[in-house]
Design a protein around this ligand. Structure first.
Ligand code: EPU
Length: 421
C-alpha cells in the first residue's frame, strides 16, 4: 500500500492551480447519460472517483474518450438500458447519481448501494422520497435500489426535502430533466455544484430554474442534445491549499478559483491571521504571523463547508488559545482524524457535535491513518506544518479527490513524496 512521507516545517510559496470540482464532476458525468448526443466535458479532475465513474459509464455502453488531459467526451446517443457494474458502484459514493440519471433516461434503474467515505451514516431516504414523488415505484433492499414506473407512470412532482441534501437535490434534478411536467424541489441544497449541474443540463437543452436558491424548478423536456461544458473549480481543493498555507505558513497564489465560493472559508482563515487578497479568478494567501483562535460551525452552503472541517481543525490546533469547532452536517466526522492529530501532539476535546481545540506550539511528525478523503487531507496539512517526518497511510482515500496532490505541494516547496510499499 502506498503512503505519503512528509518532512514538515517548510512554508509553502508559489502558485497552485486548482482542478475542476470533484463533486460537480461526479454529478455531471452521470448527467451525460441523459444526453442523446456527444458531451465534451472540460476541466474534469483526474482523480480516482472520476476514473471509476467513467469506467462504469463506459461499461454501460456509452462511448467514452479522453481526447486530452482533463477532458472527457461521452456519447450516449445510441445508449440502451444497462445496469451499472455492481462492484464498481460500491467503490464510490456518488454512483447513486446513476439512479436519477437512469430513471430519467430509461424510466427504470437497478443500482447497487454506493460505497465511498463512510465517516457517518449516510442515508438516501430523501433521494427515494424524490423518486416516489416523480411517480416511481421503489424496491429498496440492503444491496440495491430498483426503480420502475408506478401505475400512473412518471411525471413531475413537488418535493420538500427534510434537509437541504446535496445528493437528493442532484438525483431529483437528474431524474426530472426528461420526465414530463414540472418538478419543484423545495429546501433544495445550494452548493456551487448544484448550480454547475443545472448549467450543464441547461447547456444541453434542459429547463432548470432556481439552482443556487432553495427552490429548484425543472420543466421536463423530451430530449437533450450534445455540447461542450467546463466544470467549475473545486471549492474544497482550493480551501485545502488555503488551510495548508495557514497552518504551515508561506505565500501562495491559488489560481483557477471562484473567490465568491470561498467567502466563508476566507473569512475564517483571515480571522485566524492569514492575509487574503481576492482577484477575479485567483486568491493570494499569506501567513507569516501567529495564528489566533476562532469559532467555526459547519453548515450547508453558503455556510462553512463540512468538507473543510478537518482542514481548519489543523489550523486551530496551531492557534493561540482554545477554538470551538461545531459540526452540524455529519456529527461523527471528528472521529475520522482527531485521534490521529492527537498522536501528533494536538489537544482536542470532543463533546457531541463540538470539538474544543487548544492550540499547541507545534505538532510533531507521526505515523497517521487517513480514514476518509478530507480527514486524509487534514493529516497531510498537519504533516506539512509539523516538526519531523509524518507518514500518512491509507492514501487511496485522499487520491479519490485531490488531483496531483504531491506534485502541486512539491511545486510549492513542500517536502512530500509518495512511497509505494
Ligand atoms: N441525509 C439524510 N437523508 C438523505 C440524504 C442526506 O438524512 O437522503 C443527511 C445526511 O446524513 C447528512 C445531511 O443530510 O447529515 C447532508 O447530506 P447530503 O445529502 O447533503 O450529502 P451527500 O450528498 O451525501 C455531498 C458531498 C459530500 C459533502 C456533503 C455535504 C458529493 C458526492 N458528496 O454528500 O462530500 O460532505 O454533500 O456538503 O457531492 C467529500 O467531498 O469529501 C464529501 C464527503
Amino acid at each position: 500500500m502506498a503512503r505519503y512521507e512528509i518532512i514538515g516545517g517548510k512554508p509553502l510559496n508559489g502558485t497552485v492551480t486548482i482542478s475542476g470540482a470533484k463533486n460537480a464532476a461526479v454529478a455531471i458525468l452521470p448527467a451525460a447519460l441523459l444526453v442523446s448526443g456527444k458531451c465534451r466535458i472540460e476541466n474534469v479532475p483526474n482523480i480516482s472517483d472520476v476514473r471509476i465513474l467513467t469506467s462504469i459509464i463506459e461499461r454501460m455502453g456509452a462511448k467514452v474518450t479522453l481526447p486530452e488531459m482533463n477532458v472527457v467526451e461521452i456519447d450516449c446517443t445510441d445508449l440502451t438500458y444497462a445496469e451499472p457494474d455492481a462492484q464498481l458502484v460500491t467503490k464510490m459514493r456518488a454512483s447513486y447519481y446513476l439512479m436519477g440519471a437512469l430513471l430519467g433516461r430509461f424510466g427504470k434503474a437497478h443500482v447497487s448501494l454506493p460505497g465511498g467515505c463512510n465517516f457517518a451514516s449516510r442515508p438516501i431516504d430523501q433521494h427515494i422520497k424524490g423518486f416516489l414523488a416523480l411517480g416511481a415505484e421503489v424496491d429498496e433492499t440492503e444491496e440495491y435500489v430498483a426503480l420502475t414506473p408506478g401505475e400512473d407512470g412518471l411525471q413531475g412532482g413537488r418535493i420538500c426535502l427534510d434537509m437541504a441534501s446535496v445528493g437528493a437535490t442532484i438525483n431529483i434534478m437528474l431524474a426530472a430533466t426528461l420526465i414530463p411536467g414540472q418538478t419543484i424541489i423545495e429546501n433544495a441544497a445550494k452548493e456551487p455544484h448544484i448550480v454547475d449541474l443545472a448549467n450543464f443540463l441547461n447547456t444541453m437543452g434542459a429547463r432548470i430554474n432556481g439552482a443556487g436558491t432553495d427552490t429548484v424548478k425543472i420543466r421536463g423536456v423530451n430530449s437533450l442534445k450534445g455540447g461542450t461544458y467546463a466544470i467549475i473549480p473545486d471549492q474544497i481543493e482550493a480551501g485545502t491549499y488555503m488551510a495548508a498555507v495557514t497552518a504551515a505558513g508561506g505565500n501562495v497564489l491559488v489560481q483557477n478559483v471562484i473567490p465568491k465560493h470561498m467567502d466563508c472559508i476566507t473569512s475564517k482563515l483571515q480571522e485566524m491571521g492569514a492575509k487574503i487578497i481576492n482577484y477575479d479568478d485567483s486568491i493570494r494567501i499569506t501567513r507569516t504571523g501567529p495564528l489566533r483562535k476562532t469559532t467555526v460551525k459547519t453548515q450547508p452552503y453558503p455556510g462553512f463547508p463540512t468538507d473543510m472541517q478537518a482542514q481548519v481543525c489543523v489550523c486551530m490546533a496551531l492557534a493561540n488559545g482554545t477554538s470551538r469547532l461545531t459540526e452540524s452536517v455529519y456529527e461523527t466526522r471528528f472521529f475520522g482524524y482527531c485521534t490521529e492529530l492527537e498522536s501528533m501532539g494536538a489537544s482536542i476535546r470532543i463533546g457531541g457535535k463540538t470539538a474544543l481545540i487548544t492550540g499547541v506550539e507545534q505538532l510533531n511528525g507521526a505515523v497517521v491513518y487517513a480514514h476518509d478523503l478530507r480527514a486524509g487531507a487534514a493529516l497531510v496539512i498537519a504533516g506539512l506544518a509539523a516538526k519531523g517526518i509524518t507518514h500518512v497511510e491509507h492514501i487511496h482515500f485522499i487520491e479519490r479527490g485531490y488531483e496531483n496532490l504531491v506534485e502541486k505541494l512539491t511545486a510549492l516547496g513542500a517536502d512530500i513524496r509518495r512511497v509505494e510499499e
